[in-house]
Each structure stands twice: as structure tokens, then as C-alpha cells.
Design a binder for this molecule. Structure first.
Ligand code: AGP
Length: 609
């Protein structure tokens, strides 16, 4: 996730901005920059790599000003480079902007501005903001800013400075976080409070649809229609560590709660105006029409996302799909011909086994695609095309938001292939695409307090069990595998995921009153079969924890504990069902006192074979 810092006050402005960027390093980034406005106009400095490289550059070019903004960039549009690093400036080198989020309508705005003679230098969506303000700026910068912001669509938190008003920071927020810090005769602006906790604890949280400016420390706030609004201040009592987690106990929990925002970004990064938007896919449609088989390879949680992709693609695009864990694929003799499309999934883009699998696949002369969360990661340099998950930096070792966004991307790929192969009607396709916009709001429902309290209660009940089984059928089978992995890796309880239909072929021998069985039993064509599997378990005193669809009145009669999720198509249901699995594992691990963000023996990215 990008980091934003702004400062006006009596301290050394570059020093405060640099320190702020250093405290935001935990958010993950690939480049950074600062801009200052003062008596010498606007000055700017940017660097690829770590903040210390920006600091080195600054030492050799000590620019300054009375007001400053800074940014650490997690690339989403445009590879990590100095040109694409923020701040971005206008044609006249008077205005600078830093941004966190995604401007959905940046292409149409960019085309309009280019037609008016504006010169763009970067590949980013952010740059349109500063040229838009420039285009609206005649003699009143505040008015130009208030006129420009409502034209932006998407998720954004922005900070802007202008050489003509070197005592003012302009800000606006829609979905991406932004907060003002109030000090003694000084004011701060940041993506989160940790950036200025050393200087100020009185804050103003900027809400969605709010914009304004801080002039000589005085805050003026408006809605996007330009109506003045009153703001309220609050006091931050967290220490810096807690602030980085935004008050959550662990990064994993913070990242679970980020999923509504992340999935909205994933949708915005792959679907535009009800059609596919895959700018880095790079596989010609003509080639895709000739594809007769898909091969998907990944590790761990990413493998489970690929497994879900198998079900999606086979059902929607009517293409056979092979699925392998990378460590097996690289040592077996796969039969791959040039009508195969090879898809590698990797959050980090650095997993050695998965990268090796890509190298092996390329030897067969097939087209290769990576689904990854890290722009410019190693795997992106090995493949023909990329689809980014846009989940933002994931710090918890246990994959959460990276998994749900991977699953969403696999669903988009399945729909895309179905459309190209004319296996789906335009009407059905639009129905599935329009359902995507409900995902974030449905996850918010799952995250409501009463549901969390229910999951916490279940976690306390089963915290000392030695074995768990996770069961599911069809798309819920890979979810069962993922639920088991989550529990294993953060609570150290042994857990196995199984196809529910497999119970009678052995695992049912495990069932007794000490063995909790988590069953994903959401509405589907196989619901009746899953119910009978649940009854088999219950008949042997098994403790069934059911994840069922809202409105299902049967489930509560056959399970011991029930977790409800909003009703949805089986494809979207698969994404929603993951949230309770993540939360159940989290709260069991928490009540067991485990180090959830850094589980024993595990690394976030396994860069060795
Ligand atoms: C999942 O919670 C684990 N952290 C692990 O299985 C992970 O998914 C696997 O190592 C693959 O990592 P990648 O997605 O970065 O390739």
C-alpha cells in the first residue's frame, strides 16, 4: 500500500517528511519521493528502491520549502521507476501530487488532457490528477482543487502542494485512508498516524468524499460538492507498533479487514465498464482461441487459488485444466503441447519452485502468464503476460487478502476465456460481472461484530483440539484445503482438508467427539450431498462447524456451530466463505497465544527450492 506524508510547520520540513516515510516503510514499497514548495518555487526529488536511497540523494541535493509532501509507492500502474515514482508534477512545474489508490477513469481524463496539450511523462494513473488541477487553475488554486477532485473516480487519498501557495497542503479522500495530525503551530497529513506519532496525537480522520486544505495550520474541510463541513478531532493512544497495525493486534487481522478494499481494487484493476481490462495480459485473443488446455502451477495458498481456478475455468470456459504444486511439476514429465496456456500464481512473485516451473513450461514453447501481487517481481520477468492482484503489501506470513484477490483474478480469467470461446452468453456474463460489485459489501457483513463474536466463541470452544478436518465439495474442496492450511500454519494444530465425498473412503474413521469438522456447506448444486456428509459426521458424535448461506434453515438443524455468510453465486460464495475460515484460524491461534504474524519455521516468501 502506498504511503503519504505531508507537513507544514516550524521544524525542518524535509526532515519531518523523510522521517514520516521511514515510519511507513512497513507498508511495503518499491520507490519514493518528496516535493517542497517555498520561496524558490517547487522542488522535487525521487528515487527507486529504499528510503535510504532517497535520503542519500537528498543529502547531495538538499532541497527545501515551507511545506512538503512525501510518498512511498507500491506499484499498481506502471513498473517501479523514478519516472513513475511520486510526487508527480504539472507541465509548469508548479504543482505536485502524491496519491494512494487507483483512479479508475484515468485513461479518459488523460486523453482529454493530452488533447488540450498537457504533456505526460509517466505510466501512472496518478499523473492525471496534477494535470487536471493545472487545467482548472487560473487564479484561485483552492477553487481549481475543489473543481478537479470530484472528476476523479475510484479509490484515492491525495496530497497536493503548489508553488503559488507555499503555506498550504491540499487533501482529498475517497476509500483510501488519510489522516491529519494537529501539533503546536504545525500540521501533518499521512496515510496513517504512525507517520507523525512522534510529533502529534490529536488527529482528524478524513472521511470518504471529503476534501480540503491546511493553510498555515488552519484546516478547512468540504464535501465533494464544495459545501463546508465541520470536522471533529480525536486523540491517538496507540504506540507506534499498534499504529502500524491500525489498532489491530496482528497484521494478519488488519489484512483480513482490508479485503473489501483490496477486492474492490482487484475488480477495478481487471474490469472496466463491464468489460475486461487486462493491460498486462499480453496474450493475443487469436492465440487464446486456439488454446485447448490450461496448466496452473503454484505453491501453498496460491495453489489453492489455482485449484479454484480449475473449477471456474472448466465450468465456465469448458477447457480442461491441469493443476500442480510447483515442487511436483518441476520434477515430473508433464505432457504439454503448444495449445496449452500456462498460469503461475505467486503472491510474492519470488517463490523459487514456482519460478522454476515457469522456466520448465517455457521449454515447451507455451505462452505463460503470472498472477502476482508484486509489480516488477522476478516472476513477471519470466512470463509473457501478467495479471496483478492489487492486494497491496501483505505483511502477515499467512496469506489472506492475497488469496481472495488471487481467487477473484482466477474467476475473471475464467470469465474472459469463456467470453473468447463463446461459451457464455453476453447476458450471463454481464450478470456475473455485475455480481462482483457486491463482494466488498458482503464481506463487510461477514465482518460485522455479531459474526466476529460468534467466531471468537467457536474458537474458544475448540482451541485445545488436536486435530481438525475441513470438508467441502466442488469449489468448496480447495477452500477446505485452504482452511486447513490457515489453521495449521498459525495455530500449529494438525488439520486436513478433504473432499467431503471422500469421508467414507477412510477419514470418517477419525471422527469422534474430539474431532471438530469444519464443513463449507453454502448453497450449491451439491448441497444435499454435503448435508448427508454432515449427517454422517454428526451420527458419529463429530463436532460439525458449518459455514452456510444466509437463509439456509436446514444447516442449523444438523451442525453444532453455524457461521452464516450472505447468499451469492457459487463462484462469489467461494470468496466469501474464505473470510470465516481465516477468522476462525486467527482467533484459535490468538487464544492459543501463537505469534500469528511470524509463525514458527515459516517465511513469507520461500525463495529457495
Ligand atoms: C500461505 O498462507 C503461506 N504463507 C504459503 O503457503 C504461501 O502461500 C506459499 O509459500 C506461496 O507463496 P507465493 O504466493 O508468494 O508464491
Amino acid at each position: 500500500m502506498c504511503g503519504i506524508v505531508g507537513y507544514y510547520g516550524k521544524r525542518n520540513v524535509p526532515e519531518v517528511v523523510l522521517n514520516g516515510l521511514k515510519t511507513l516503510e512497513y507498508r511495503g514499497y518499491d520507490s519514493s519521493g518528496m516535493a517542497f514548495a517555498g520561496k524558490n518555487g517547487l522542488s522535487i526529488i525521487k528515487s527507486v528502491g529504499k528510503i535510504k536511497e532517497l535520503e542519500e540523494k537528498f543529502k547531495n541535493n538538499p532541497i527545501n520549502g515551507t511545506v512538503g509532501i512525501g510518498h512511498s509507492r507500491w506499484a499498481t500502474h506502471g513498473v517501479p521507476s523514478e519516472v513513475n515514482a511520486h510526487p508527480h508534477i504539472d507541465c509548469k512545474n508548479k504543482i505536485a501530487v502524491v496519491h494512494n489508490g487507483i483512479i479508475e477513469n484515468f485513461m479518459e481524463l488523460k486523453n482529454e488532457l493530452i488533447a488540450k496539450g498537457h504533456k505526460f511523462v509517466s505510466d501512472t494513473d496518478t499523473e492525471v490528477i496534477v494535470h487536471l488541477i493545472e487545467d482548472n487553475y487560473t487564479d484561485n488554486f483552492e477553487e481549481a482543487f475543489k473543481k478537479s477532485v470530484p472528476l476523479l473516480r475510484g479509490a484515492f487519498a491525495i496530497a497536493v502542494i503548489c508553488a503559488d501557495c507555499p503555506d498550504t497542503i491540499f487533501f482529498a479522500r475517497m476509500k483510501s485512508p488519510l489522516v491529519i495530525g494537529i501539533g503546536r503551530g504545525e500540521t501533518f497529513l499521512a496515510s496513517d498516524v504512525v507517520a507523525f506519532l512522534d510529533y502529534a496525537r490529536e488527529v482528524v480522520y478524513i472521511d470518504n468524499g471529503q476534501l480540503g486544505f491546511i493553510k498555515k495550520g488552519k484546516i478547512s474541510m468540504f464535501d465533494f460538492d464544495g459545501n463546508p463541513i465541520k470536522y471533529k478531532t480525536s486523540m491517538v493512544l496507540w504506540d507506534a507498533e499498534m499504529a502500524k497495525k491500525n489498532g489491530y493486534k496482528y497484521f494478519m487481522l488488519k489484512e483480513i479487514y482490508e479485503q473489501p478494499e483490496c477486492l474492490a481494487k482487484t475488480i477495478n484493476g481487471t474490469i472496466r465498464n463491464n468489460d475486461f481490462y487486462l493491460p498486462n495480459f499480453n496474450i493475443p485473443v487469436e492465440h487464446l482461441k486456439k488454446i485447448r488446455r490450461i496448466s496452473i502451477v503454484a505453491c501453498g495458498t496460491a495453489y489453492h487459488a489455482g485449484f479454484l481456478g480449475k473449477y471456474f475455468i472448466e465450468e465456465l470456459a469448458k477447457l480442461p485444466v491441469d493443476i500442480d504444486v510447483a515442487s511436483e511439476f518441476i520434477y515430473r514429465e508433464p505432457i504439454i503441447s503448444d495449445d496449452t496456456l500456462f498460469i503461475a500464481i505467486s503472491q510474492s512473485g519470488e517463490t523459487a519452485d514456482t519460478k522454476e516451473a515457469v522456466v520448465k513450461a517455457r521449454k515447451f514453447g507455451v505462452k505463460t502468464v503470472a498472477v502476482t501481487n508484486v509489480v516488477g517481481s522476478s516472476i513477471t520477468r519470466e512470463v509473457d503476460g501478467v495479471i496483478y492482484t492489487n492486494a497491496g503489501f501483505e505483511k502477515g506470513v499467512a496469506a489472506t487478502k492475497s488469496f481472495t484477490t488471487q481467487v477473484l483474478v482466477m474467476y475473471v480469467i475464467a470469465l474472459y476465456l469463456a467470453k473468447i470461446r463463446e461459451m457464455i452468453s453476453e447476458e450471463t456474463l454481464l450478470e456475473y460481472i455485475s455480481e462482483l460489485s457486491s463482494i466488498s459489501q458482503k464481506i463487510e457483513i461477514i465482518l460485522q461484530h455479531k459474526n466476529i463474536e460468534n467466531i471468537k466463541m467457536i474458537a474458544r470452544m475448540y482451541q485445545n483440539c488436536r486435530d481438525f478436518l475441513f470438508l467441502g465439495r466442488n469449489v468448496n474442496y480447495p477452500l477446505a484445503l485452504e482452511g486447513a492450511l490457515k489453521l495449521k500454519e498459525i495455530s500449529y494444530i494438525h488439520a486436513e482438508g478433504y473432499a467431503a465425498g471422500e469421508m467414507k473412503h477412510g477419514p470418517i474413521a477419525l471422527i469422534d467427539e474430539n474431532c471438530p469438522v469444519v464443513v463449507i456447506m453454502t448453497k450449491s448444486k451439491l448441497y444435499e450431498k454435503v448435508i448427508s456428509n454432515v449427517k454422517e459426521v454428526a451420527a458419529r458424535k463429530g463436532l460439525v462447524i458449518g459455514i452456510a448461506s444466509e437463509g439456509d434453515d436446514t444447516a442449523k438443524t444438523v451442525v453444532k456451530n453455524l457461521i452464516k455468510i450472505p447468499d451469492a453465486s457459487p463462484y462469489v460464495s467461494a470468496i466469501l466463505s474464505v473470510i470465516p475460515l481465516q477468522l476462525l484460524s486467527y482467533y484459535i491461534a490468538d487464544v492459543r497465544g501463537c505469534d500469528i504474524d511470524q509463525p514458527r519455521n515459516l517465511a513469507k516468501s520461500v525463495t529457495v527450492e
